[in-house]
Design a protein around this ligand. Structure first.
Ligand code: IFM
Length: 436
C-alpha cells in the first residue's frame, strides 16, 4: 500500500541508487563470449521456465532508453555489472565505455561491479589461477573506464555463487560439492583482494564489495537448533566478512580450508573504502532433519549440519521470501557491534522484492518499510552512506528465469517494452523529498 507518512530525512550526500547485473539484463549474447550461465542454462531442467538470457532486456541495444529511465527516476548512482565474457570479446569494452559516457552525461554516477556470477565458460573458481586472471581483467577495465568511474565494486555475493552454484548445484556452474566448495570461496576472496590492489594501482579510489547478509534466527532455543543456526550464520555472515574485515577465517571454517592461507589473507584484507550489504530477508535455521528438504525449490541435502525452516507470520513476496524490514536494522547493528572500527562505512547495495504487476503497492510498502528500517540503523549509530534498490527493471532471475519480477520498471519480454511501475514514481518522489 502507498504510504503517506514521509520517510525521515537521510543525511546530505547519502547515495540513492538502483542496481542491475550484466547477465540479467544485457542480452546481445552473440556479441560476447559464453559464460558458465550460458552453459548451465542450456542444460534441460535447470531454469524454471525454460528461458535463456540470450535477449533478456536487450539492454545492450536499448541502453539509451534505460539511461533515460535512470535520469527520469532521479537516482544519484547506477550500480551495473561488467560482463567479463563481453570484455573478452573483440571490442567488448566499447559498450561499457558508451554506457559510462551516457550515465555521466545524464548526471548519474556509474558504479560498476566487476563480477556478478557470469564467469567466462572454461574458467573455474576451484582453480587459484582464476583469481589472477580476474585481477588482469580488472586492470583492463580500470584502464579503460577509470577516468570516469569514481566508485567500484569487486564482487557480488560470493556467498550465493559458492553456496548455490558450487555447493548445492542450483545455480551455474551446477556443482554439488557441499563443503568441498570452500576453495571456491577462498579463490573469490583472493580475486577480490588482488582486484583491490589492481584498482588502486590504476589510481582508483572508493572501492567496496557487495556481500549478502541477513540475520539467522534459530528455529527454537533448543541447543541443537541454536548450534545449527550459529553454523549457518558462519556461512552467510562470517565466511566472507571475517577475512575481509579481520584478516582471518572464523573458527569452525578456517580449519576446513586446505593448505596455508596466511599470505592470501593479507591480500584479502586489503582495506576497503566501504562495505556493501545486500539484504532481502532473515533466515530461520534448525538442527538437521535427517532427510533431504525442498526449501522454496532449493534441494537441501540431508548431510548438511543444519536445515532451513519456514518463517511463519510475516507477509511473503511472490518469491516466498518473508518481508521483515526490522531484520535490516538488526543485521546492520549486528555488523557494527561485531566488527566495530574494522567495519568501514556501509552501503546497502541491494534491497528489493518480487511482485507481479505495474501497479505494485506491495513493492512500495516493502521499500518504504526497509528505508525506514535503514534510517533506524543510522539513528542507532551505524555509518550507512547509501541505498540501492534491486532492481531498475524486471530481468532474468537466474534459475527462476523470467518468473520473478524485481523491477521498478516492468519489461514485457515479448516486445521488450518498458513501463515504469507505481513503485518507480514512488521512489522518484521519495528522492525529490529527500533533496528538499
Ligand atoms: O537477482 C538477484 C541478484 O542477481 C543478486 N542478489 C539477489 C537478487 C534477487 O534474487
Amino acid at each position: 500500500m502507498a504510504t503517506t507518512n514521509p520517510v525521515p530525512r537521510f543525511p546530505d550526500g547519502f547515495l540513492w541508487g538502483v542496481s542491475t547485473s550484466a547477465h540479467q539484463i544485457e542480452g546481445a549474447a552473440d556479441e560476447r563470449e559464453a559464460s558458465v550461465w550460458d552453459v548451465f542454462t542450456a542444460e534441460p531442467g535447470r531454469i524454471l521456465d525454460g528461458s535463456t538470457a540470450e535477449v533478456a532486456c536487450d539492454h545492450v541495444h536499448r541502453h539509451t532508453e534505460d539511461v533515460a529511465l535512470l535520469a527520469g527516476l532521479g537516482v544519484d548512482a547506477y550500480r551495473f555489472s561488467v560482463s567479463w565474457p563481453r570484455v573478452r570479446a573483440r571490442g567488448g569494452l566499447d559498450f561499457y565505455d558508451r554506457l559510462v559516457d551516457d550515465l555521466c552525461a545524464a548526471g548519474v554516477r556509474p558504479v560498476p561491479t566487476l563480477f556478478h556470477w557470469d564467469l567466462p565458460a572454461g574458467l573455474d573458481w576451484r582453480e587459484r589461477d582464476t583469481a589472477e586472471r580476474f585481477a588482469a581483467y580488472v586492470a583492463e577495465v580500470a584502464g579503460r573506464l577509470g577516468d570516469r568511474v569514481t566508485k567500484w565494486i569487486t564482487l557480488n555475493e560470493p556467498a550465493e555463487h559458492t553456496l548455490l552454484g558450487h555447493a548445492l548445484g542450483i545455480h551455474a556452474p551446477g556443482l554439488r560439492l557441499l563443503f568441498d566448495a570452500l576453495p571456491v570461496a577462498h579463490h573469490q576472496l583472493l580475486a577480490h583482494g588482488l582486484a583491490v590492489r589492481a584498482l588502486r594501482a590504476s589510481g582508483a579510489r572508493d572501492i567496496g564489495i557487495a556481500n549478502s547478509h541477513g540475520p539467522v534466527w534459530p528455529a527454537s532455543q533448543e541447543a541443537a537448533d541454536v548450534e545449527a543456526a550459529g553454523f549457518y550464520d558462519l556461512l552467510l555472515n562470517r565466511l566472507f566478512a571475517d577475512p575481509l574485515l579481520l584478516g582471518s577465517y572464523p573458527d569452525g571454517l578456517g580449519e576446513l580450508m586446505s593448505g596455508d592461507v596466511t599470505a592470501d589473507l593479507e591480500i584479502i584484507a586489503e582495506p576497503l573504502d566501504w562495505y556493501g550489504i545486500n539484504y532481502y530477508a532473515p533466515t530461520r535455521v534448525g538442527a538437521p532433519q535427517g532427510t533431504e528438504i525442498d526449501f522454496g525449490g532449493v534441494r537441501m541435502p540431508a548431510e548438511l549440519p543444519f536445515s532451513v525452516r519456514e518463517i511463519t507470520g510475516p507477509q511473503v513476496t511472490d518469491f516466498g521470501w518473508p518481508v521483515v524490514p526490522e531484520a535490516l536494522t538488526e543485521i546492520l547493528t549486528t555488523f557494527r557491534d561485531r566488527y566495530g572500527d574494522r567495519l568501514p562505512p556501509v552501503v546497502v547495495t541491494e534491497n528489493g522484492c518480487s511482485y507481479e504487476g505495474v501497479d505494485d503497492p506491495e513493492r512500495i510498502a516493502y521499500l518504504d518499510g526497509h528505508i525506514r528500517a535503514l534510517h533506524r540503523a543510522l539513528e542507532a549509530g551505524v555509518d550507512v552512506r547509501g541505498y540501492f534498490v534491486w532492481s531498475l527493471m524486471d530481468n532474468f532471475e537466474w534459475a527462476e528465469g523470467y518468473a520473478r519480477r524485481f523491477g521498478l520498471v516492468h519489461v514485457d519480454f515479448d516486445t521488450l517494452e518498458r513501463t515504469p511501475k507505481a513503485s518507480y514514481a514512488w521512489y522518484r518522489e521519495l528522492l525529490r523529498e529527500q533533496r528538499g
